[in-house]
Design a protein around this ligand. Sequence first.
Ligand code: NAD
Length: 491
Amino acid sequence: MATDILDTVAVAPRIRQTQLLIDGEWRDAVSGKTFETVNPATEEVIANVAEGDAADIDLAVKAARNAFESGPWSKMDARDRGQLIYRLADLVEKNIEELAALESLDNGKPIRDSLAADLPLVIDCLRYYAGWSDKIEGTTIPIRGNHFCYTRREPLGVAGQIIPWNFPLLMVAWKWAPALTAGCTIVMKPAEQTPLSCLRMAELAMEAGIPPGVINVIPGYGPTAGASLVKHPDVDKIAFTGEDATARIIMADAAATLKRLTFELGGKSPNIVFADSDLDAAVAGAEFGLFFNQGQCCCAGSRLFVEESVHKEFVAKLVERAASRKLGDPLNPETTQGPQVDHAQMEKILNYIQKGNAAGAHCVTGGTRFGDKGYFVEPTIFDYVTDDMPIATDEIFGPVLSILPFKSIDEVVNRANNTHFGLAAAIWTSDVKKAHHLANRIKAGTVWVNCYDVFDAAAPFGGFKQSGIGRELGAAGLENYTELKTVTMSL
Ligand code: NAD
């Protein structure tokens, strides 16, 4: 397991000491400051990263504004804009192994997951939105009187985009692709834990021919670079993915300039298994739904409701699967579980495990740190969890699953909805009527039936309640980057 893998990567020198991307140029931060990014599997420093703050954000916003108002991007033929986004997708595909390795080094995710899930979804998202570029249409509206009325969808302007560390590249694609397609320009602040793949993506965007100033990337910390972006008067919109606590700060900071906001936040998603389901498929879905990406998924199925009559059998099968997960070097293609992203996350998760034990839940597998190097946590399952325990109410964002037995449909619906989150849910049953009945009653932005974590760039994703505002992906994700103009003409 060696950070030296970077030496085999073509861009190694630039990745070891990174710069900010402003107006198509790589620059050091105005302050000259840098911060370190660490390989969570080895605890070794991978790179020194130029650390942007208010002064750099201001330069980046000016560049994005200039590119939007005077540059070719928003005025370019929509089809030509689409071609450049297709070209970026092709370059990602060409460099897929290197990008996947960067994700594993910086985030700790198993390379098999990056290659099988993250990168294909990145490419798919870019191509999906590239295809939309010449299909952003208005409508004609029959209004009273002798008038001709129509609507146009215009690009919103300068988009500030702030993303988390759990899917670094996928979050870049979810943010860049619709914004670029709509004709917006971008200032992105990647998460401080995982800036490397975003910076490499920015290089590829320039190689694809996306004009200078259209995409600007400023790594840095939330309260400095992030907050400056949110407060900047010349930013039209903030698209944020991260924790609900951070979203509250962003909403308050954005109030002075009344920015458009879209939020993709956390969850405590119910995964509901009925006795009439295909139990083996449900066991596999429960494992994948929680342990994928080391449990660091906003939509992790972290509250597993199991019908009482199959509870014991189900738990025995699930424990066997969880215990057979292969923890270790994320660059080893056999590895199925890597480390948590950093020391703080590992400590937070271990603390929740202690809380679960203290509250009287039964820890049936895992429960400790794995090894003494790297931020690994064993796949952990608590059984007989009650709704009020912290492990059932709080987003842990780690490989810790809570099992809650239930008896009836009404009971499980009420308990599943008893949370301020509403991001996702899953239902496992062979009864179609029951599936539709529950899909209607569960308060969540996405409901999976007999599957989990099925994502497609065409399917909108986002939260009910405090799991978010607005949607990403699909047509809804594109609308967030447009303003709707109504034109009325006297005839
Ligand atoms: P976080 O909120 O701590 O950080 C996210 C980003 O916000 C980072 O770039 C951070 O630097 C920045 N930030 C922090 N403080 C800020 C401030 N005051 N102003 C502006 N920016 C600030 O979240 P995280 O720990 O990086 O990510 C985990 C969270 O993200 C989880 O809650 C998870 O559920 C959520 N998430 C949601 C989705 C979704 O689509 N709904 C997807 C992935 C992750």
